[in-house]
Structure formats: C-alpha cells, structure tokens
Ligand binder design. Structure first.
Ligand code: TXA
Ligand code: MG
Length: 339
C-alpha cells in the first residue's frame, strides 16, 4: 500500500492512487471503494479493468473522465455469474449456448438490454443493447461477489493507449486519476475478450481471447462476417482504426530489420535489430497474446524510429493479435474515439 486513505475523504478529491497486493481483505477494500463511488483497477484473465459501480451514473462519469474516453463509447458490465447476467439482458439460443460454454471466460456478449437492467444509461451510451462478461479470474469474481452489483470495467489505460496486462502498466497511465489498484500479478490471457453480438445472427464485433474456431464449434453454424468498424458509427463503438496505439511507428510483416529499428519477433528472430523482444520463441499464438501488450509497451519506451513486427499466423488467437497490431500500425488520426 502506497498511502493510507484519509478518513471520510471525499471521493471527488483524490490526490494519490493506492496500490495494494491481492492479500485477503483486498477484495473487500475494493468493494467498499466501489460502493463509495470510487474507481478501482483490478486484474481479469484478459487485461486489467478499471471498475466503477455500473449503477452509479456519477461514478461512471468519473470513469470516462479518468480514461479520457468519449462518452459515446459504451462499457462492458461485469457480473459474477450467468444468473446476474440474466437480470441485465435478454439471452437468445446462441447467447445461451455461448454463455454455457465459455463463461466464466474471455467472451463478452452484446445482447438486448432487459427491462430489469440497473446499469446506468451513461455506461451503455443510451443504446438498447448491453455488453456483458463473466470474467474467469478468482480475484475479479471475489470483488464482484463482495460488491453485489454489476461493475463496468473498460481496460485500465488512458483512452487510445495499449491495454494494461499488469499493475505497473495501470500505474503508468492512471496514477493520481483513480482510487485503488489491486495487484493480482500478470493477466494470463493478455488480450481483451472476444465480443460477440447476439442481437440477430451472431457476429464477432472484436476478435479477442476466445478464438473464432472455438465459437463456431459451439454454435454449430458459421458466424456472420466480422464487422470491421472503421467509420464514425461503428457497431462496436470503440473499434476505430487508431486504437491500441504505441507512440512509435509500427511496421507489420517485416522480413528484415532497418537500421535503428527495434524488433517484435515471433519464432526465430530476424537479425540486425538494435533490441528485440520475442512474443513466442516456439511460435505459440497463446503465449504471444499473453506477451503482446507488455512487449509493445517496452519497445515503445525505447523510442526507436519504428518497431518492426514479424508476421504472425492468423489461426486461433492470432486473429486477435493481428487485429491489435493492425490498429497499432494505423495512422493515429482519430485520437478521441478509442477505448
Ligand atoms: O477483456 C475485456 O473485455 C476487458 C476486461 C477489463 O474485461 N475490457 C475491455 O473493455 O476491453 P473496453 O471498454 O476497453 O472495450 C469494450 C468494447 C468497446 O470497443 C465498446 O465499444 C464495446 O466493447 N461495446 C460496449 N458495449 C457495446 C454495445 N452495446 N454494442 C457494441 N459494442 C459495445
Ligand atoms: Mg480498451
């Protein structure tokens, strides 16, 4: 713990961010902070989330503010189990199948909002649909159970930055802007959840930690074409081209390394890089996903003229990795619209 909170301190006057280890009592402290309207970063199996009480519009407004996130970009409501999810949304057959197979896990479902839904309209950007996830992380679920209400949690980074996969990444972006960080070690999957809309025919809105192949095997029918949202009114409103951007230029599918460049390698590294980090020496896309955002941050910090990235196959989690890398490499022209 870096600093003790003052007694009865006002939630809106916050000078320091507390960092606590995931010791017994940490989940309770997180739940108490959330119920006072506070902002709490905590680990999930995908990436670290920045949590707020989903039912408290003021807390949600502070969350948008802390991240610098445009309020038209809705948030994911996190719940501890399927029963809690049913109070927020209407499940069709496809949604039932996917939830039964993959929750808890790295899957977010976008579903019609239920009349019983208590989530603030600000958090859902006034849409008729809501994004919901049951995370597969013991600490996240203990916090959700202790809190007893849904928690909205975008990735715990400044809007437009690379998602955080450990507590140090969160501190880098949000120190002084949020109340508490619970450090539960590195996020094991390392890439955000796969978002599937089950409003009509199921469709992947964002590839992520659950592969298309796994989803199709469970649905027993193909998915509609993935929505590549790049205009001003994308279906997953956070998915604009300039998302997940490091400051350094990113060059994809490199087959050689230019002078001064640093290398993000996959498998046997290309020769000649000033510095190099390997996503997976043995060429495993799961391992690569877990390392992706941390390696990007470290290479970005080296301030090289550009980061050369070796080709990564698109099977399994490779689809999500390539999606994030394409966004990292895209020109940074729409800074206000990422998450
Ligand atoms: O793995 C994850 O999903 C992490 C962890 C913390 O759970 N969260 C995360 O949240 O990645 P965020 O806010 O960074 O990304 C959520 C995405 C955004 O692109 C947002 O536009 C989309 O979900 N989204 C939320 N509600 C939606 C809705 N009703 N319809 C379509 N897209 C929605
Ligand atoms: Mg995000």
């Amino acid at each position: 713990m870096r600093e003790k909170p003052g007694k009865n301190r006002s939630m809106h006057v916050m000078s320091k961010t507390r960092l606590v280890k995931a010791v017994p009592g940490a989940a309770q402290a997180a739940a108490e902070c959330l119920s006072r309207g506070g902002l709490v970063a905590f680990p999930t199996e995908t990436v670290y989330g920045l949590g707020a009480d989903a039912t408290d519009g003021q807390a949600v407004a502070r969350l948008y503010d802390a991240k610098g996130r445009p309020a038209f970009n809705p948030l994911i409501a996190h719940v501890p189990d399927l029963d809690a999810a049913r109070e927020l949304a209407v499940f069709n057959t496809d949604a039932e199948r996917l939830a039964a197979a993959f929750w808890p896990g790295p899957l977010t479902l976008v579903l019609p909002r239920a009349v019983t839904c208590t989530v603030s309209e600000l958090a859902t950007a006034g849409l008729d649909s809501i994004a919901i996830r049951v995370p597969d992380h013991a600490l996240a679920r203990t916090i959700l159970r202790a809190f007893g209400r849904p928690i909205v949690a975008p990735s715990a980074n400044i809007s437009g930055h690379v998602s955080p996969t450990n507590a140090a990444h969160v501190l880098e972006d949000l120190d002084g802007k949020i109340d508490l960080i619970v450090d539960g070690g590195p996020a094991p999957v390392g890439i955000e959840s796969t978002i599937v809309a089950c409003l009509d025919a199921p469709v992947i809105l964002r590839p992520g930690g659950l592969s298309r192949e796994q989803i199709e095997a469970t649905l027993r029918h193909g998915l509609a074409q993935t929505v590549e949202s790049q205009d001003e009114t994308p279906l997953a409103p956070g998915l604009l081209q300039s998302h997940y951007a490091p400051r350094t230029a990113v060059r994809l599918n490199a087959t050689s390394v230019a002078p001064g460049e640093v290398l993000l390698a996959f498998g046997t590294p290309l020769p000649g890089a000033k510095a190099s980090l390997n996503l997976s020496e043995k060429g495993d896309v799961g391992e690569a996903a877990a390392n992706l955002f941390g390696h990007l941050r470290r290479l970005d910090a080296m301030r090289a003229p550009s980061i050369a990235v070796m080709r990564i196959p698109s099977e399994g989690l490779g689809e999500a990795i390539n999606d994030r890398l394409r966004r990292a490499a895209a020109p940074k022209v729409i800074p206000a619209s990422s998450s």
